[in-house]
Write a protein that binds this ligand. Structure first.
Ligand code: ZN
Length: 432
């Protein structure tokens, strides 16, 4: 098992940890020579990099935030401009995009990472994948999947996002064995197939790599979205989680018990609010240190994503830890009456009940600055019995009782379309 920052006896340190510690020391030396941002950070905090030897020593280095990466974007680049092979970007916290520059070696590393991911998700050279996602617009994931599948020796159909009719026409014509898609789009595909009489279970597609949205609950059971897909379509779903900044993916194996960690490419820490490592099955912020990255390596970078981890060996034989689905964004965390809630978990709870037709979750601060949760619910019927069922259910599942306000269809629509986004808003954060 992967020792996870608690080892005291060096003789018991496992080979994976030793490998990571060697790579960490190499990274620190590299950053101290080539990264304007980290050079300054080491100096300002009086950090002697030669004193950072073990993974446990990482705690002595301050974390890096998304704001740092946005405001000092250029200072993270460790190579001269002519060594940059590709500029990718990701959305920032302040509006303008954040650039992540990759060297040719970084692109190779990205391909290896995604090759490992597709292997983990039972990919072989006999597979062919229909990519239902953006491959341009500086989107790193698209090119990562593409190069990983190339390395795997499997076939690629680069179709891009949307247009269910074209997706189905291509599936029927070229017979891919797998698709890579956003789960909610898979639902749209299913709906289109039903409307147009396509027998989806007789097509060539047997598996889907699900990107961008959760298909599981934190206990790894399929969530509503995952269930809706598999109830109609007999395919295997593999979830994958990644971000542009970490240039590394956590992908599920066939067991579907969390995304497998690739310790040779990344050091992952799950940190609490005091930047202390959390225990297994406890929510923590995914904090990463890239290994082997040349262009813009990151050291203790806080992603803002909240996950839990499981460090028991997986039934597939891999022993590295596994990450739960993303439970929420750090900024969306709700501290309510002693419990911690995240919007995605609340969405799942509310989606599950037939008595609730639609909802909006509003969070605000009360007069003493504590988080308050107000649920606007569109009930199936406004009766005492229905109200009682909903309250009992929420009390049982949340162990606390949020405020509930029943509204009609018109009122809920008004709430959901309150800003300029075309998507229905289901979570409104009014906290200061
Ligand atoms: Zn596994």
């Amino acid at each position: 098992m992967m020792a996870f920052f608690q080892e005291t006896d060096r003789r018991q340190t496992d080979p994976a940890t030793l490998m990571q510690e060697q790579k960490l020391q190499k990274l620190l030396l590299y950053l101290s020579r080539h990264s304007p941002f980290y050079k300054e950070l080491f100096k300002k905090n009086g950090i002697d990099i030669t004193a950072i030897q073990t993974l446990a020593d990482l705690q002595f280095i301050p974390t890096t935030s998304k704001d740092d990466l946005q405001q000092r974007n250029d200072d993270f680049l460790c190579v001269p401009g002519e060594k940059v092979a590709e500029y990718t970007s990701t959305s920032g916290t302040l509006g303008s995009p954040v650039t992540i520059a990759l060297t040719a070696n970084d692109l190779d590393r990205l391909a290896c990472n995604e090759y490992n991911s597709f292997l983990c998700a039972d990919g072989t050279s006999n597979d062919s994948y229909q990519l239902m996602l953006t491959l341009d617009r500086q989107f790193m994931a698209g090119i990562a999947y593409y190069s990983g599948i190339r390395k795997l020796g499997a076939g690629i159909i680069r179709l891009g996002p949307g247009v269910p009719s074209l997706q189905w026409e291509t599936i029927q014509r070229l017979k891919p064995t797998a698709i890579v898609a956003v789960p909610s789009f898979i639902l749209k595909l299913i709906q289109f197939a039903k409307e147009t009489g396509i027998d989806i279970n007789s097509t060539s597609v047997k598996k889907a790599i699900c990107i961008g949205e959760n298909i599981r609950n934190t206990d790894f059971s399929l969530n509503i979205l995952g269930k809706k897909i598999t109830e109609s379509w007999d395919i295997h779903l593999y979830s994958t989680y990644a971000s542009t900044e970490m240039q590394t993916a956590f992908t599920e194996c066939a067991e579907g018990r969390g995304g497998h960690y690739q310790p040779e490419l990344l050091i992952v820490e799950l940190l609490d609010e005091n930047n202390k490592q959390v225990a297994p099955y406890t929510p923590g912020e995914v904090t990463i240190t890239t290994l082997g990255v040349e262009g813009m390596p990151l050291l203790r970078y806080k992603t803002g994503d909240i996950c839990m981890y499981d460090d028991e060996p997986c039934a597939c034989g891999r022993t590295s830890l596994r990450l739960s689905p993303v439970m929420g964004r750090k900024k969306q965390m709700i501290k309510f009456k002693g419990t911690t809630l995240y919007p995605p978990a609340l969405f799942d709870l509310l989606n599950e009940r037939e008595e609730i037709l639609d909802f909006v979750i509003e969070v605000y601060s009360n007069e003493i600055g504590l988080d308050q949760v107000l649920l606007y619910l569109l009930p199936v019927e406004e009766t005492e019995a229905c109200d009682h069922q909903i309250r009992a259910y929420l009390q049982a599942r949340l162990r606390v009782s949020p405020h509930i306000k029943y509204v009609n269809a018109e009122e809920i629509q008004k709430k959901q379309l309150r800003d300029t986004s075309r998507k229905a808003v289901k979570f409104i954060d009014l906290r200061s």
